[in-house]
Design a protein around this ligand. Structure first.
Ligand code: WT7
Length: 649
């Protein structure tokens, strides 16, 4: 428990959408009568045909089904654009800030957004994309990424964004995983002064997909690309000719809006499927309430649209609210460590939302980079992606927020579509490192890990589960409903199991303690250790590999790989380099191993299961507490690993 809590200023609380009393009242109402609560909240969404039924949810294992507003119809693009045109057609919808600060920023009005999205929709329709078809988006952080998302929504096609940092192999797997008809990419992706050859990556990926997949190429840098006639389509040429009108399709509330692949504790990434009506309602509501967004505010979420944070809080939530949302192509440290704050000053940002890893990296550069800029427009600060350590929280609060901006530490997941645990800026006295309170309609429970019993005492610690549903909950795993049920509803029957551990303090506030499964969190990016392992063992010289996370000052967790070589192979620095490059090619730079330790053997039970608990301890240099090693087939392996741990690099 911290000694200090940070209440909102009286002024902020007085002007906030939700103050302490209102939170208590609305939260209680949302739990007492969820149907009535959500019926009312869903009125913020514009329906073509209003729904009559609020929800129909079963968490019963073997029979899991989640439906919200199921007989309503709507179009998400119309909600994000068309309904704003009469009142705010000339207001800026998107401010685009390029990687290179000497290049001009763009201000795209709602009218222009409408025209650009309709053009993109017409181009996609010309390529044969219709309702229910899948489109993979592999783009830099440029306005066309938002146009592409909204164009799919307008058509009723399902988009699946692949982060531009993923490799050709990862891209191919995702294109094939959802049988996409079209891949939208760009010539190159500028980032931090360097350029990723996106189109070249797409070319490589498309060698491993169906011949019918089309590649729609957006011009970003004008860099040279090879062209495959009959497959590649020049977006800019098509858009110049396309109509700027496109009738939005009438979609059912439960039609999928998008698929987004995310890592789990086993196997390859799974396609998380989000719905239309419930998703947009919850994304818009949380954007307004959690950031205390008001008419005219400039909102900046620094995430990439390749992650769910970018979906919900760069594009869908803000635009559904008619906000001005900032889209940044670059990185926090280019051209220097003051870039975030330069952009805040330049565009008069009011709400700023980023990840702890970025805060830690910038904290290390010193406060002078922040102090150079006028940040007086900032009102609310947010963080997401991983637990934030109190040092980073305090720096964010003192140096960036000058003690005047409440920090919302938002806990949620790709699967949840929007924030589940968070303080509200005008309502709660925050505690550094705590995700604080459930949002409206959210019922967190702490379970005893072994028995699965709910713990009702305070303070307590256990696994975090959710009772009941919320509108933006994922509906299924694309093409594999069984995996959906098994992953989230089988360990603790009757609950949604998030995969995180948590502590609940004496005030009932929540503190996320990290993943309890074999998922690690590297710079706020979720990584399945199994994925990195399978990439490593795909290398001809590797016999076996075990991957764990270890504490890393900037990244939160680093990727620690124990590698057993094929007999006859010798460890060497070159091989280490080769394996790093290999994993980057198999998955992408975000999966690059931080440390590799050569391991002649791995600690296994007699049934052959690798004991990761022990490997985690060695990686953390915490051998005092190895626990019971008596079930190991060969306990000598452990001593060997401890002794030779310094060969990690
Ligand atoms: C996992 C979800 C949802 C946006 C980005 C990540 C961790 C997320 C917090 C937070 C502590 C957090 C959890 C969660 N996480 N936010 N505020 N405090 N941990 O989405 O890739 O689906 O990862 O990120 O472990 O399960 P994701």
């Amino acid at each position: 428990m911290p000694d200090t809590t940070y209440p909102p200023s009286a002024e902020l609380a007085a002007n906030a959408h939700v103050d302490a009393a209102k939170y208590d009242e609305m939260y209680a109402a949302s739990i007492a009568d969820p149907e009535a609560f959500w019926r009312e909240q869903a009125q913020r969404t514009t329906w073509i045909k209003p729904f009559t039924k609020v929800k129909d949810v079963s968490y019963e294992f073997g029979n899991v089904s989640i439906k919200w507003f199921e007989d309503g119809t709507l179009n998400v693009a119309a909600n994000c654009i068309d309904r704003h045109l009469a009142t705010r057609g000339d207001q800026t919808a998107i401010i685009w800030e390029p990687d290179d600060p000497s290049e001009d920023a763009q201000h795209i009005t709602y009218n222009q957004l409408h025209s650009n999205v309709c053009k993109m929709a017409n181009v996609l329709a010309d390529l044969g994309v219709g309702k229910g078809d899948r489109v993979v988006i592999y783009l830099p952080m440029i306005p066309e990424a938002a146009y592409a998302m909204l164009a799919c929504a307008r058509i009723g096609a399902i988009h699946s964004i692949v982060f531009a940092g993923f490799s050709p192999d990862a891209l191919a797997a995702r294109v094939n995983g959802c049988d996409a008809k079209v891949v939208i990419t760009a010539d190159e992706a500028p980032r931090g002064g360097r350029k990723t050859p996106l189109k070249t990556n797409a070319d490589q990926a498309l060698l491993h997909t169906a011949d019918t997949v089309k590649c729609l190429v957006v011009k970003r840098t004008g860099g040279q690309t090879t062209w495959v006639d009959g497959r590649d389509v020049d977006y800019n040429a098509m858009a110049a000719e396309a109509s700027d009108q496109f009738e939005p399709a009438e979609m059912n509330a439960e039609d999928p809006l998008f698929i987004l692949y995310t890592s789990g504790s086993t196997g390859q990434p799974k396609g998380v499927v989000h719905s239309t009506g419930g998703y947009i309602t919850y994304a818009a509501l949380t954007h307004e309430i959690v950031f205390d967004y008001h008419e005219g505010d400039i909102f900046w979420c620094t995430a990439d649209v390749g992650w769910v944070t970018g979906h919900s809080y760069i594009v869908y939530g803000p635009l559904a609210n008619g906000a001005t949302t900032l889209m940044f192509e670059g990185v926090p440290t280019f051209p220097d460590a003051g870039r975030f704050w330069a952009v805040c000053e330049k565009h008069k940002v009011n709400q700023f939302y980023t990840a702890p890893t970025a805060i830690r990296a910038l904290m290390g550069q010193g406060p002078e980079w922040v102090q150079k800029y006028d940040l007086s427009d900032l009102k609310v600060l947010g963080t997401v992606g991983e637990p934030i350590n109190p040092e980073a929280w305090n720096w964010y609060n003192d140096v960036v927020g000058k003690g005047n901006c409440p920090i919302v530490d938002t806990w949620w997941q790709t699967e949840t579509g929007g924030h589940l645990l968070t303080p509200l800026p005008g309502a709660h006295a925050t505690k550094p490192g705590s995700a604080m309170k459930p949002f409206f309609g959210i019922e967190p429970v702490v379970l005893e890990p072994q028995s699965g019993e709910e713990i009702h005492t305070y303070p307590c610690e256990g696994v975090l589960c959710l009772k009941g549903s919320w509108p933006s909950q994922m509906r299924t795993v694309w093409g594999d409903h069984e995996r959906f049920e098994k992953t989230y509803f089988s360990d603790y029957k009757g609950y949604y199991f998030a995969g995180d551990g948590c502590r609940r303090d004496e005030d009932g506030d929540y503190w996320i303690t990290g993943r309890v499964d074999d998922v690690i969190n590297v710079s706020g990016h979720r990584m399945g250790t199994a994925e990195v392992e399978s990439a490593l063992v795909a290398h001809a010289k590797v016999a076996e590999a075990a991957v764990v996370g270890y504490p890393h000052d900037i990244k939160g967790q680093g990727i620690y790989c124990y590698v057993t070589l094929m007999s006859g192979e010798e460890p060497s620095d070159e091989l280490r380099k080769e394996l790093r490059t290999w994993v980057r090619t198999e998955i992408g730079p975000i999966a690059s191993p931080d440390l590799i330790q050569w391991a002649p053997g791995l600690p296994k039970t007699r049934s052959g299961k690798i004991m990761r608990r022990i490997l985690r301890k060695i990686a953390e240099d915490d051998f005092g507490a190895l626990g019971d090693t008596s079930t190991l087939a060969d306990p000598g392996v452990v001593d060997e690993l401890i002794e030779n741990r310094m060969n990690r690099q």
